[in-house]
Design a protein around this ligand. Structure first.
Ligand SMILES: CC(C)(COP(=O)(O)OP(=O)(O)OC[C@H]1O[C@@H](n2cnc3c(N)ncnc32)[C@H](O)[C@@H]1OP(=O)(O)O)[C@@H](O)C(=O)NCCC(=O)NCCS
Length: 153
């Protein structure tokens, strides 16, 4: 299994997975291409046996804050640690880029995703103000800021 930047040829499949899992986004191939052209978006695919089995999307919101917009593992490849690997990869990437915090949105009922995020140190921050779907959506948060070792205090 490898994780690498998605190529243009992957975008049709990825946009169809976004439409399936997050229909309210009304994602299309063109919209995804436009968002990627904005250069604030990083899209990584997970590949096994030459097949795309998942992806994760990272968006730079500002100099300090990145948001994980999408994390999907295709049915048939779930329950095998693939989301753990994708999320860890994205978190390492975000740290390397120098961001100090990560946010993400998750449906209140998405227990699998919330458990995953909790295991990686994320915590509930607040209810999301904007109504996206017919159920509450939560904003979760992880601070990457670590205090330097204090030698004098
Ligand atoms: C959520 C999702 C990404 C998990 O993918 P996955 O590859 O099955 O996850 P993993 O096998 O890596 O498991 C990671 C963790 O997720 C949680 N998890 C996964 N499936 C779960 C389930 N059915 N019930 C409860 N927790 C679950 C657990 O915390 C698990 O870690 P653990 O086994 O060490 O406890 C996948 O179900 C998916 O793509 N769902 C649809 C899209 C989605 O909801 N994305 C998240 C949007 S915020």
């Amino acid at each position: 299994m490898t994780i690498q930047p998605a190529a243009d040829t992957d975008l049709e499949l990825i946009s169809s997975l976004i439409r399936k899992e997050f229909p309210y986004t009304e994602a299309t191939l063109d919209k995804l291409r436009q968002r990627l052209a904005g250069k604030k978006l990083f899209l990584f695919k997970q590949v096994e046996g030459g097949q795309l089995i998942g992806f994760i999307e990272v968006e730079a919101l500002n100099m300090a804050r990145a948001r994980i917009n999408g994390l999907v593992v295709r049915e048939g490849f779930r329950g095998k640690g693939n989301a753990h690997a994708l999320l860890q990869f994205a978190m390492d990437f975000i740290k390397q880029q120098g961001f100090k915090e990560i946010t993400l949105l998750v449906r209140q009922s998405n227990e699998a995703a919330k458990k995953l995020y909790g295991e990686h140190g994320f915590a509930f921050l607040r209810p999301h103000a904007v109504k996206l779907v017919d159920e509450p959506v939560e904003e979760w948060y992880l601070s990457l800021f670590t205090e330097p070792p204090c030698g004098v205090c």
